[in-house]
Design a protein around this ligand. Structure first.
Ligand SMILES: *[C@@H]1O[C@H](CO)[C@@H](O)[C@H](O)[C@H]1NC(C)=O
Ligand SMILES: *[C@@H]1O[C@H](CO)[C@@H](O)[C@H](O)[C@H]1NC(C)=O
Ligand SMILES: *[C@@H]1O[C@H](CO)[C@@H](O)[C@H](O)[C@H]1NC(C)=O
Length: 519
């Protein structure tokens, strides 16, 4: 009997803890971004919940509890942006930021205008929370009011200002560089000056260009929403950020901004395809892996850069696996293996792979650190400069300038990283620290999503900074009062006293001199 009640209790307990229904919106068309959201979606399903995932990558094998909504229109509007990525290296960072915002307007609208998404919006499903990728798409956060559920942000990159805004996370400009700048937490006076100036520039662009345009999209596509756009986007319950202190540097966060960097890495390895494994196995001096990620295609490289790269690789002791998306590469040396796809994690895990030549994106650097492999970085856009500046500062990587990349420098960097053991030693230490966490990043993410759902949005975690405007946040009004008072006290007051005294004295003199005249 007692066992029976126990089982009943357990069953009802199970029922109580299971069965939240989530909506996840992955609006960027990047495969690597999708992989991060997908890992969390699978984690939530495994924990007993159901999830509807809006993305451009429907799963091939159906997963029970996981419903796809395919939104191909996002790819249509993003095609041009991806093709333009290589050329973006020529632009100053101030222009890159504007380009990112404009791409954001296109993909935000692209999702809203997708017919499958429109259909879905009309359905009267209910969700316990909305998990929304934070990728230049603030208008999408209106889904929270539309479905009357708490909002959870999922940053597949680092902490840009429009993301930290959502939970009012502090980001002191003195030691938290903007993630599009090639600085680390130890900035010189000059670097701090540039950081503050760039953050100010970003704030102005955000407030007078980016957000007003997102507000227009919000009003256009959520005509029934009552909440003010600006209040709505500062009302997130939680933001999961793809970062970890062991991968970057210590910085403060609001209590509802949680680092889950690397949650897409499940640690499981699959055997390598036989051809690749043999190519690595049979290398006398081990191998290098070279991939610019899923968005930057090596086949679109300027031909002269391809020739520089090939002449750097020709005659190299090591073999090279290069993600190059064409069948034929004229002039390809025998020590180079090309393919349009590689199982990146399994290759990085191979003991005979010595280093990773990468664009320095957050996901690639995280995977490289996880497997203890040093990097050579060719950063092109977004947080890649920041990640590579950190790799150089920490000593686990070498950053090269893509604009001036030539065979000699590229060759030198490869020889240095494969012959100097210090790079590998540093990155293995980082790997050890990264893996030494109480819970895996995915467990952490699932826990926090459940936590804010259980507490109906967990308003208790929301920092009061979310209700302040910038001059209140930085106490500009208070400083004005203090400095105003000090100014009165130190300059105006003595000056007035002096003037008064002066007047009295001279009046006294006048009376004396008139007296003297009369006498
Ligand atoms: C909306 O809900 C009602 C009642 O729950 C149901 O009959 C109807 O089919 C639903 N509509 C859609 C589009 O799901
Ligand atoms: C903030 O979100 C909660 C749910 O998490 C909701 O109940 C509340 O109305 C929202 N407030 C504003 C101002 O958007
Ligand atoms: C590669 O080497 C490993 C370890 O020496 C061995 O187990 C594996 O069978 C080899 N694979 C191939 C394809 O040669």
């Amino acid at each position: 009997m007692r066992i029976f009640t126990l089982i009943l209790g357990l069953l009802s307990g199970l029922e109580y803890s299971s069965g939240y229904n989530y909506l996840m919106v992955l609006n960027s068309a990047g495969r690597s971004h999708f992989n991060v959201g997908h890992a969390l979606a699978k984690g939530l399903v495994k924990a007993g919940h159901t999830i509807t995932v809006v993305s451009v990558y429907p799963v091939k094998k159906p997963i029970s509890g996981y419903t796809d909504i395919n939104v191909p229109n996002v790819i249509n509007v993003m095609g041009g942006d991806i093709a333009a990525l290589w050329a973006s290296i020529q632009k100053p960072v101030t222009q890159k930021l504007i380009d990112h915002y404009q791409m954001g307007f296109r993909i935000t609208r692209g999702l809203f205008e997708d017919s499958n998404f429109q259909e879905f919006l009309k359905s009267n499903q209910s969700f316990d929370a909305i998990i929304c990728e934070t990728f230049y798409n603030d208008a999408h956060y209106g889904l929270a009011e539309h479905f009357n559920a708490p909002l959870i942000g999922l940053s597949t990159g680092g902490g840009l200002t429009f993301i930290t805004d959502m939970v009012g996370s502090p980001a002191p400009a003195s030691f938290v560089p903007h993630i599009m700048l090639p600085f680390n937490d130890h900035m010189s006076l000059y670097e701090r000056l540039l950081n503050v100036a760039f953050l100010g520039y970003e704030r102005l662009l955000l407030d007078y260009y980016y957000l007003p345009n997102q507000e227009k999209l919000y009003k256009e596509f959520f005509p029934g929403n009552k909440r003010c756009f600006y209040e709505m986007r500062r009302n997130a319950s939680l933001v999961l950020i793809n970062q970890h202190v062991s991968l970057s540097f210590p910085r403060p966060y609001s209590p509802n901004m949680i680092e889950v960097g690397g949650m897409h890495i499940d640690g499981k390895l699959s055997p390598l395809p036989e051809k690749i494994e043999r190519f690595i196995n049979e290398s006398e001096h081990a191998a290098i892996y070279f991939s610019m990620g899923s968005n930057l295609k090596s086949k679109d490289l300027p031909p002269e850069k391809v020739q520089e790269i090939l002449s750097a690789l020709r005659g190299l002791k090591q073999r090279v696996l290069w993600k190059f998306e064409l069948d034929k590469l004229p002039n390809k040396p025998d020590n180079v293996y090309i393919s349009d796809w590689f199982p990146q994690t399994d290759i990085l895990a191979h003991p005979k792979v010595l280093a990773f030549v990468t664009h320095g994106g957050m996901l690639s650097t995280t995977e490289s650190i996880y497997h203890g492999k040093p990097v050579i970085g060719l950063p092109i856009f977004s947080d890649q400069f920041f990640n590579m500046a950190h790799a150089e500062q920490t000593g686990y990587g070498i950053m090269l300038d893509f604009k001036t990349l030539n065979a000699v420098d590229f060759r030198k960097a490869i020889e240095r990283i494969t012959s100097d053991p210090s790079y590998t030693k540093v990155v293995q230490g980082m790997s050890f620290r990264y893996r030494d966490q109480q819970h895996t990043p995915l467990e952490n993410a699932v826990y926090w999503v459940e936590h804010v759902t259980r507490h109906q949005g967990a308003a208790y975690l929301q920092s009061a900074s979310q209700r302040l405007n910038w001059w209140q946040y930085h106490n500009v009004d208070v400083l004005l009062i203090i400095f105003g008072a000090a100014f009165l006290l130190v300059i105006v007051l003595p000056f007035t006293i002096f003037k008064l005294l002066n007047k009295k004295l001279s009046r006294g003199e006048i009376t004396q001199s008139t007296k003297a005249k009369r006498n």
